[in-house]
Design a protein around this ligand. Structure first.
Ligand code: ADP
Length: 850
């Protein structure tokens, strides 16, 4: 398991609540751990360091010296061991060197003594020869004996004073010929020099080393034979230098040393072994001379055979050193791990402390008996009770609301039995100062690092504000629902893609049930376009981003549902539904009663207009009768005249034709009047159509003229050139014009006494106005005009200054013009005589509901 996890586990077990047998509180444990580590980690403290702590190396040394101790110990130990081993080695070498000196001296002595002994034997033989005590054969026998006893001597001869050989042993030796001088081959100069030296000094002389054909070194010993100071020759002995080493050197020494003989020129002449010298430092050289010609003996020590105790000792020391080093390294590593663990623990502790202090959620731990073992600072802050006052307490707890102990105890029992609801529970918590708040508590089992269930952990959140917000939200929602449910409008939301009804208020459900069919049926007024396919919505707005769709709303439409015989005003728009998808909301308001009222009003209006027209006709009845009477009287007169002429018999057809034509003209005139009256009072459904202005004006003027002529008022019309086409109901516009002309004529009639005749003008012209392209129709009279005070009152219903007037004419005229999106008003004429009623009618057809 990684170190950090192990540490975390240990930390958890340390921070676990109080164990029944553990008297120390977890927070105290943590405090103790923190205090223990605090000194070591003072460098990490946020406090400003003082004194030596300012120095970085001092801080790191103080905080890490114990890690270095094992390292220092390891180094010291390794150095000590190396020193001991080196000392042992030096001692051993010194011992070897001492024994080398000793043994070399011994060997030197041995060789010298042997050579001197040989020298003595040969000197003795030389003296015998000089004394001439024996014959030659006896000398030879003695010499042979010497050769046998001293194998290092390879040749002996007797040379007389003239260096002639008297005898030689063995006679076959190479030296026998080398020492014999022949004319062809002179003797070796070294031998000659040595001989001459022996002659001159009459003492024993050793020659310089001689070499044979195989490169072996030899040494010549000449012992002079002197009788009474006469030099009689020499007794010569040839030593094999190699033989000296082989035969004179003690065998026990040659095993341990390599002996060599070296001449004074430092040339190696012989060696006991061909093995190279193993150690130049263990070499010793001693001079043999005398005897010999400046020969030196050199001894090179072979490495000693295994010294078991020493070797074992060295191995033991080495092994123990390795073990000690390993153990020190283990200690160092362990110490370092421990330091890391401590540092991590300290960090974790600090983090936990910081977390506890900054946490807004209150935490409380209970042991298995229901006793508080831990509270965090947030819990104390929320309740107002300190940690010391809470920890260790058993129920009832001081923050329980008054008179609710039984209920609270039940909750604690449930908690301890593990029956606390997973969604937590709400409770009122009393603060120490007597105020209270609402909290939600969640409970979970507390399991320590060893997996033992040690208690219960509760988290407490202050939900006063969320609760209040929730209650307000619920109240708002209830209000909203109440309003929505009690609306007389059917509110529905449909998902365009699936056609699913997402929301419907009660009114919708009453009308259409729980399906989306009602929503779709209200979707379009045009049944052919309304396929009832919900994907139509999407297709209709394909490509538009949702943000645009949601800001898009349709105008209100009035939809008639034949099945229900109801009218609905339908508004709809796209909204972002709660799940983020696009949805279509539709509000259908039942406007059946309004539509019925409007129908009634319209019918009433129509009746009123019709009545008004009848009234107008009634008022003009005498004039009309008079007007009709004239053609009828004329027709009657013409007919009577024609009859009289026919009876008298003086008439010819030619005379009668003009009469009959006049009669017909009068009949047409009467017919036209009747036709206009019929057209005026004809009861028909109001209907707009394209109508030529001139036709309307002619009909209106035709009717009004009858009354005007009775009152001796002339009507003058001025119309725009060409045909001005209006999209109006011609009967209603004619009614307006007749009304205005009749009023004008009547107003003129009031002033009959002052003027002989009067003129009423009807001027029409096209113009541009705030309504766009319009036709202006002015009815200009020369009557008394209108008071500024009563100017607007003229258009009120039942306002009349006439004794027989109803006062409805102008009111109906204005409503007719306004229903054609026009204006009607009155202005006094600029010259101060009479007034002008002005009509403004848009030329552009405005399609509108009737
Ligand atoms: P009525 O003709 O039955 O009185 P109207 O609504 O047609 O009802 O007229 C209302 C009143 O407006 C009239 O009584 C009259 O006083 C006044 N009036 C109408 N036309 C004129 C006019 N051309 N000049 C002066 N006063 C007028």
């Amino acid at each position: 398991m990684p170190l950090f996890q192990r540490l975390r586990q240990r930390f958890r077990s340390a921070s676990a609540p109080l164990h029944p047998r553990d008297p120390q509180l977890p927070s105290e444990k943590l405090d103790a751990a923190a205090a223990e580590l605090a000194g070591e980690y003072a460098a990490t403290s946020t406090r400003r360091p003082k004194g030596l702590w300012r120095l970085r190396w001092w801080r790191s040394w103080r905080s890490g010296w114990y890690i270095l101790v094992p390292v220092v110990a390891m180094v010291l130990f390794a150095c000590s061991m190396a020193l001991i081993l080196w000392t042992l080695h030096q001692t051993e070498i010194q011992q070897q060197r001492d024994s080398l000196y000793r043994d070399a001296a011994w060997a030197q002595q041995k060789v010298r003594l042997s050579l001197l002994s040989n020298q003595d034997q040969l000197a003795s033989l030389a003296r015998d020869i000089a004394a001439a005590q024996l014959d030659q054969n006896a000398y030879r026998v003695t010499a042979q004996e010497i050769l046998r006893e001293h194998p290092e001597i390879v040749f002996i001869n007797w040379l007389d004073a003239g260096r002639r050989t008297r005898w030689a042993l063995p006679s076959t030796s190479e030296f026998a010929s080398r020492m014999r001088e022949t004319p062809d081959e002179p003797v070796d100069p070294d031998i000659a020099v040595t001989f001459e030296t022996a002659r001159e000094t009459q003492r024993v002389v050793y020659s310089r080393p001689l070499l044979n054909a195989r490169g072996e070194s030899f040494m010549l010993l000449l012992v002079p034979i002197v009788r009474d100071n006469d030099f009689l020759g020499t007794l010569s002995a040839v030593y094999s230098i190699n033989g000296i080493l082989t035969h004179l050197m003690p065998a026990e020494l040659t095993e341990r040393y390599k002996f060599s003989l070296i001449d004074k020129n430092n040339i190696l002449r012989a060696s006991t072994s061909r093995r190279p010298a193993p150690n130049p430092s263990l070499s010793y050289e001693v001079l043999l001379d005398p005897p010999g010609h400046s020969l030196s003996l050199r001894a090179d020590a072979y490495p000693p055979r295994s010294n078991l105790p020493n070797t074992m000792m060295a191995w033991l020391v080495g092994g123990l050193s390795c073990f000690v080093l390993w153990s020190l390294w283990s200690v160092w590593r362990h110490t370092r791990q421990r330091a890391e663990a401590q540092r991590a623990l300290l960090e974790e502790t600090s983090f936990r402390r910081a977390m506890e202090n900054s946490m807004l959620i209150g935490l409380r731990a209970l042991d298995l008996s229901g006793r508080i073992t831990y509270v965090n600072p947030a819990f104390c802050r929320m309740t107002g009770w300190s940690e010391a006052e809470l920890v260790g307490r058993s129920p009832p707890f001081p923050y329980w609301p008054p008179n609710r102990d039984a209920e609270m105890q039940q909750r604690i029992d449930d908690t301890l039995a593990g029956k606390a609801p997973p969604t937590g529970y709400e409770m009122r918590v009393m603060r120490r100062n007597g105020t209270s708040f609402y909290a939600r508590m969640y409970v979970s089992p507390l399991v320590d690092g060893r997996g033992v269930h040690t208690g219960w952990m509760s988290s407490m959140t202050d939900i006063t504000e969320p609760k209040r917000a929730r209650e307000e939200l619920a109240a708002a929602h209830e209000r909203f629902t109440t309003v929505l449910e009690s609306l007389d409008s059917a509110v529905s939301v449909v998902a365009p893609v699936t056609g699913e009804l997402l929301f419907a208020n009660r009114y919708y459900q009453q009308l259409f049930g729980n399906g989306a069919e009602g929503h779709l049926a209200l979707e379009d007024t045009d049944p052919e376009q309304n396929t009832g396919d919900v994907t139509d919505y999407v297709d209709a707005f394909a490509g538009l981003p949702a943000s645009e769709l949601t800001t898009f709303s349709t105008d209100a439409r009035e939809v008639y549902m034949p099945d229900m015989q109801k009218w609905f005003e339908v508004r709809r728009r796209y909204i972002q539904w709660v799940d983020g998808h696009l949805a279509q909301m539709q509000i259908a308001t039942d406007i059946t009663s309004r539509r019925m009222a409007e129908d009634m009003a319209r019918q009433h209006e129509e009746r009123l207009q019709f009545t008004s027209r009848l009234t107008t006709m009634g008022e003009m009845a005498s004039s009309l009768a008079h007007e009709l009477n004239q053609p009828l009287a004329a027709i009657s007169n013409y007919c009577m005249g024609a009859v009289a002429r026919l009876r008298s018999g003086r008439s010819s057809p030619e005379d009668l034709i003009p009469v009959l034509e006049k009669t017909a003209t009068q009949a047409v005139r009467a017919g036209t009047i009747i036709q206009r009256i019929r057209g005026f009072v004809k009861r028909s459904q109001p209907q707009r159509r394209e109508t030529i202005l001139r036709d309307i004006v002619e009909d209106a003027v035709g009717l009004a003229e009858i009354e005007a002529s009775r009152r001796k008022v002339t009507l003058v019309t001025r119309l725009p050139a060409g045909n001005t086409i209006l999209f109006v109901d011609p009967v209603l516009i004619e009614q307006v014009l007749v009304n205005l002309l009749k009023n004008a004529v009547e107003a003129m009639g009031m002033l009959q006494g002052f003027r002989a005749t009067g003129v009423v003008r009807l001027h029409a012209q096209e113009a541009d106005s705030e309504l766009g392209r319009v036709v202006m129709i002015d009815v200009i009279d020369q009557g008394p005009g209108v008071d500024e005070a009563t100017k607007e009152r003229l258009f009120e219903p039942f306002f009349s200054t006439k004794s027989d007037g109803m006062g409805m004419g102008l009111n109906i005229c204005r409503s007719i013009i306004e229903s054609h999106q026009g204006r009607l008003w009155v202005e006094n004429n600029a010259d101060g005589v009479g007034c002008t009623f002005k009509i403004m009618l848009p030329l552009t057809p405005v399609l509108h509901d009737q």
